[in-house]
Write a protein that binds this ligand. Structure first.
Ligand code: C2E
Ligand code: SIN
Ligand code: SIN
Ligand code: FE
Ligand code: FE
Length: 353
C-alpha cells in the first residue's frame, strides 16, 4: 500500500527502496526506469551506495545484466559478481565491493517499465520466500509506475483538449469580428478589458475562464442576422431592429447546446440588458443581470463608440467617457462605471497605455 499510494513516481521509488533495503536485509538497491522511446534504462533512484556514480547508469535494452533482465522479462541472479564476465563496470563496483546481485524486471500489464537492482556485499542466497517477496515488491513498484503514467497522460490530454477548445474559440471570435466589420481586434480588446475589471471587482479566478470565452463569443448571435441588416450603413427600421434584437437569443440557442460553453452564456445572452430594466432580450433589472454581463456591456459600448461602425463614425474618447458617466444607473451598473472610469483616469484601460 505504501508503494502504490502515490502518483509521483519519485515518491514511489523512494518508499519502495526503503522497504526493499529494510525488509529484504540487503546493502544497496536501485531502480532503473525504461524510456520506451529510446529503449534505454536510466537510473531513477537508489539506496545504500558509497558513491554517486550509480546515478550515471544508462543501459540499452539487452545490455548488461539489468538490460538482459528487462529484455528477457525475468530475474537475473549473480551469486558472485567477481566471477561474472557480463558485469561491465568493475572499476566502480570494486569501490562498492558488491558480491551478490539480482536484477528484477518491473512489469505491469505485460509491459516492462524498468528494473529493480539489488546488491549485497557479502555472499547472499535468498530462499524462495525471500525471492518471492522481492518479486512481489517489484510487481507493486511496476503497478505504481503504471498508475502514475496513466494519471499524467490523462492530465496532459485534459490540458491539450482545453487548449484546443480555447484556440478554436479565439479563431471563431476573430472570424465573427471580420464578418461584423468590427475594428481589428475588437473582441480580443473587450475580452481583456472585461477580465481586468472582473479581477478588480474580485470575481473568482475559476469564473474568469468562462468570462473569457463568453466575451470572445459575445456577438456570436449576429451570425443569425442577415447581412443587409448587419452591415446596413444607416439607421435600422423598426422591423430591422426587431430582427437585430434577436441576436442574444440566437446566441443562447447556439451555445446552450455546447456543455462546456453553457457557463459562458451570461455575456452572449445578457450583454444588452440595461441596469434600469429597459434592455433586451428579457428586460432584466439591476443585479438580476449577471455581473459578467454588467461589466461586459460597459466595455463593449465603450469599444463600439470609440471606433467607426458601418452605421456611424467614431466618437472622441472624452465624449465616450462622458456618455458612460451619463448612463451610470440607467444603461449601466454604477459600480462598474466607477471602476471603469477610475481605470480610464489612470490610463489603465489598455496594456499599451
Ligand atoms: P454594436 O455596433 O457592436 O454596438 C454595441 C452596443 O454599443 C450597442 O448596442 C449600443 O448599446 C452601443 N452603441 C453603439 N453605437 C452607438 C451609438 O451610436 N450611440 C449609442 N448611444 N450607443 C451605441 P445596441 O444598440 O443594442 O445595438 C446592437 C447592435 O445593433 C450593434 O452592435 C449594431 O450591430 C446594431 N446596430 C445598432 N444601431 C444600429 C444602426 O443605427 N444601424 C445599423 N446598421 N446597425 C445598428
Ligand atoms: C548491470 O546491472 O547489468 C550492470 C551493472 C550496472 O550498470 O549497474
Ligand atoms: C486570463 O486569461 O486572464 C484569465 C482567464 C482564463 O483563465 O482564461
Ligand atoms: Fe451584441
Ligand atoms: Fe461587440
Amino acid at each position: 500500500m505504501a508503494v502504490t499510494g502515490s502518483l509521483d513516481p519519485l515518491v514511489t521509488f523512494n518508499v519502495a527502496l526503503d522497504e526493499v533495503t529494510r525488509q529484504l536485509d540487503i546493502d544497496a538497491a536501485s531502480i532503473l526506469y525504461l524510456n520506451p522511446y529510446t529503449q534505454t534504462l536510466r537510473y531513477a533512484a537508489g539506496r545504500g551506495f558509497c558513491t554517486r556514480s550509480v546515478e550515471k547508469t544508462c543501459l540499452r535494452l539487452g545490455e548488461g545484466l539489468a538490460g538482459r533482465a528487462a529484455l528477457e522479462k525475468r530475474t537475473v541472479h549473480v551469486p558472485n559478481l567477481s566471477e561474472s564476465s557480463e558485469f561491465t563496470r568493475t572499476g566502480l563496483f570494486a569501490v562498492e565491493n558488491f558480491t551478490a546481485y539480482y536484477a528484477v524486471p518491473l512489469i505491469a500489464k505485460g509491459r516492462v517499465l524498468g528494473v529493480l537492482k539489488i546488491f549485497h556485499r557479502l555472499p547472499h542466497e535468498g530462499n524462495s520466500e525471500w525471492l518471492e517477496f522481492l518479486e512481489t515488491l517489484a510487481g507493486q513498484i511496476a503497478i505504481a509506475i503504471d498508475n502514475a503514467e496513466l494519471f499524467h497522460n490523462l492530465e496532459r490530454s485534459k490540458t491539450e483538449i482545453t487548449q484546443a477548445y480555447d484556440a478554436t474559440i479565439e479563431a471563431l471570435s476573430y472570424a465573427l469580428d471580420l464578418k461584423d466589420k468590427e475594428t481589428e481586434g475588437h473582441s480580443q480588446r473587450v475580452t481583456e478589458l472585461t477580465l481586468r475589471i472582473a479581477r478588480k471587482m474580485r470575481i473568482k479566478e475559476e469564473e474568469l475562464v468562462h468570462i473569457r470565452r463568453g466575451a470572445l463569443l459575445h456577438d456570436i448571435g449576429k451570425m443569425g442576422i442577415p447581412d443587409d441588416i448587419l452591415l446596413k450603413p444607416g439607421k435600422l427600421t423598426d422591423e430591422e431592429w426587431e430582427i437585430m434584437r434577436k441576436h442574444p437569443m440566437h446566441a443562447y440557442q447556439m451555445l446552450s447546446r455546447i456543455e462546456y460553453l453553457r457557463p459562458a452564456l451570461d455575456i452572449p445572452y445578457c450583454h444588452h440588458e440595461k441596469w434600469d430594466g429597459t434592455g433586451y432580450p428579457r428586460g432584466l433589472k439591476g443585479e438580476k443581470i449577471p455581473l459578467a454581463a454588467r461589466i461586459f456591456s460597459v466595455v463593449d459600448v465603450f469599444d463600439a463608440l470609440i471606433n467607426d461602425r458601418p452605421y456611424r463614425k467614431a466618437w472622441p474618447k472624452e465624449k465616450v467617457l462622458a456618455e458612460l458617466h451619463e448612463q451610470s444607473g440607467k444603461h449601466f451598473d454604477p459600480r462598474v462605471v466607477e471602476v471603469f472610469l477610475s481605470l480610464a483616469e489612470k490610463n489603465l484601460l489598455f496594456e499599451e497605455e
